[in-house]
Design a protein. Structure first.
Length: 240
């Protein structure tokens, strides 16, 4: 019998439900970067009022997932070079602090969860899982590092950029899937190994920074390549 008291039910508004549904659809790849989001169509599809859709989209705009403006269509954000530089620089600083702090504080159970997530990534990759599924596991891995760090304000800072990181990674991988698939398991397994080994904070800091910088440089190269060639872009190799 579970002795834990029941938590009170949280009353959520329709706007929150709209934001959740549309966010999930964006991060599942149903609305690729640059796709229009039409208020009337969303209201009809979700069976809610246009006002609820408007409020839900405003929430996603605050999260950095969509762009809108006066007399401009609402679209899913397509990353620019400026966006990438800003978001990934912030992410690098947060990830480095989270990793080093987690090395000091992580429990054996938390370290086990990281290993299981890497094993799940490997299994899903071998089974031919789609990009959104692999990215979801990737983000879950980093969520667990922040959880292990045990710093509420650090986690809140991560949550403020998390959706944008997911979206930009989705854009990166959709442009060139091969590079990401080749790296995703090994990079995360090495991070998990260093966290479990403990002691070498400088090496962990370096790897956490490199992990983010590889993604940043890859996406910048892909964005630069898109408008100037008619060939599909090729993701650059990972740094040694």
């Amino acid at each position: 019998m579970n002795d834990e008291p029941l938590r009170k039910a949280v009353r959520r508004g329709l706007a929150d439900e709209v934001a959740d549904r549309v966010r999930d659809a964006i991060l599942d790849g149903h609305y690729p970067p640059g796709s229009p989001l039409r208020e009337v169509e969303l209201a009809e599809t979700l069976g809610v009022s246009r006002g609820a859709v408007r409020e839900g989209l405003a929430q996603l705009q605050r999260e950095g997932l969509i762009r809108t403006g006066w007399h401009r269509p609402t679209t899913v954000v397509a990353a620019t070079a400026v966006d990438v530089e800003e978001v990934y620089r912030v992410r690098a600083a947060l990830d480095r602090l989270a990793a080093v702090t987690a090395m000091r504080r992580a429990t054996p159970a938390q370290l086990d969860r990281l290993d299981r997530l890497v094993d799940e990534m490997a299994a899903e990759l071998a089974a031919g899982a789609g990009v959104p599924r692999l990215l979801a596991l990737d983000m879950a891995f980093h969520d667990r590092i922040y959880e292990a760090a045990g710093n509420g304000r650090l986690t809140a800072a991560w949550q403020a950029v998390r959706s944008q990181v997911f979206l930009f990674q989705l854009q990166r991988v959709s442009l060139a899937q091969g590079g990401y698939r080749a790296l995703v398991v090994d990079e995360h397994r090495e991070l998990a190994r260093l966290l479990r080994a403990g002691g070498d904070e400088q090496e962990l800091d370096r790897l956490a920074a490199e992990h983010v910088d590889t993604a940043r440089r890859s996406l910048l190269a892909l964005l630069a390549d898109r408008p100037t060639t008619g060939q599909p872009p090729t993701e650059p190799p990972a740094s040694p």
